[in-house]
Write a protein that binds this ligand. Structure first.
Ligand code: UDP
Ligand code: MG
Length: 316
């Protein structure tokens, strides 16, 4: 047995059917290690809570946190990391799309001195064409906007060192986008590859609004380039309008009053559209500032078997 502890953090939202086989596979994969499993029940409405508690009563390595409601995947990851005691912390999904058998390989990289080991999906076979295309375009856009490279397909299957986990614990942001935070952090990073499997049971919990919210958080938490783009667009259209104004004045001088009702309406409508978009972008950032100022915790826990005192609840 090695003399370090590995914490496995699993966010679970309505995953009752998957949890037993997940635990079995983690147990088999990590036989050679000292480990704890932290199941974060993100306000599930199915039997997740009782399945978790039953498992925990049979195996002391299993810890759990029950949220008071659904706070989202990112909050669940943060809660697990906040409460993990391990020398390294691995985050993995509950649906067995990501194989626990890849964890020992990640541990090897960690032992070699890497602080963040991201597992990247090698086969893109499973997700729908729509998801694949939008995700490829999104990561490209995000890397460009954020000025640092985001690991594509690096979903939240990752190993982090204790010091990285401590940093995450200290981050107090309402708009968590952990993938971005990890690539922003630097440290010594490594990538391992795995083959993604089909979701074992249940269906994806990432509906379109949730995905869009995560995507928007990713962009606005790491970049103010959209504001610059808005500014650039403003300057461009102001110059265009100036030129058009000159043209209109010249026409009046020449006595050729312009009959351009259609062009007038078109340009007014177009420019109001542009203004609304720009306002929307600014509003998005103002909203984020407002949320950050509210200083609410990222999550609330109503029940847990992690030995008291619970270190910290979301934000201090
Ligand atoms: N999840 C969560 N809270 C949510 C949505 C998802 O804890 O609000 C968990 C879910 O139980 C799973 C992981 O996050 O363990 C990834 O979600 P899912 O498999 O639905 O996403 P996908 O693989 O389709 O991107
Ligand atoms: Mg999944």
């Amino acid at each position: 047995m090695n003399d370090f502890l590995v914490s496995i953090v699993v966010p679970c939202y309505n995953e009752a059917e998957n949890i037993p086989s997940l635990l079995k596979r983690i147990g088999a994969a990590l036989q050679a290690y000292g480990y704890e499993i932290i199941l974060v029940n993100d306000g599930s409405q199915d039997l997740t809570q009782s399945v978790i508690e039953l498992a925990a009563s049979e195996n002391e390595k299993i810890k759990f946190l029950h949220f008071s409601r659904n706070f989202g995947h990112q909050a669940a990851l943060k809660a697990g990391i906040d409460h993990a005691k391990g020398d390294c912390v691995v985050t993995i999904d509950a649906d067995l799309q990501k194989p626990p058998e890849a964890i020992p390989g990640m541990i090897v990289h960690w032992q070699e001195g890497h602080d963040i080991v991201t597992a990247v999906c090698k086969n893109e076979g499973q997700p729908s064409v729509f998801k694949r295309l939008t995700s490829a375009a999104y990561y490209r856009l995000l890397s460009w906007l954020a000025d640092h490279k985001m690991v594509r397909n690096g979903a939240d299957f990752r190993l982090i060192d204790r010091k990285v986990a401590d940093t995450i614990r200290d981050i107090q942001s309402q708009n968590l986008y952990l993938r971005g935070i990890f690539s922003w952090m630097g440290y010594k990073q490594a990538i391992v590859y795995y083959r993604e499997e089909k979701r074992r049971a249940g269906k994806t919990k990432y509906n379109l609004p949730k995905m869009l919210n995560l995507a928007s958080n990713g962009i606005t938490s790491f970049s103010i380039k959209p504001l610059r783009l808005a500014l650039g667009m403003g300057i461009f259209f102001a110059m265009l309008a100036f030129g058009y104004g000159l043209y209109a004045v010249t026409m009046v001088w020449l006595g050729k009053t312009v009959t351009g009702w259609a062009s007038l309406v078109a340009s007014v409508v177009f420019l109001s559209g542009v203004q609304l978009i720009v306002l929307g972008v600014i509003g998005e950032y103002v909203g984020k500032i407002y949320q950050e100022l509210s200083q609410r915790p990222n999550y609330l826990i109503f029940k847990s078997n992690i030995s008291p005192p619970v270190p910290r609840q979301g934000n201090k």
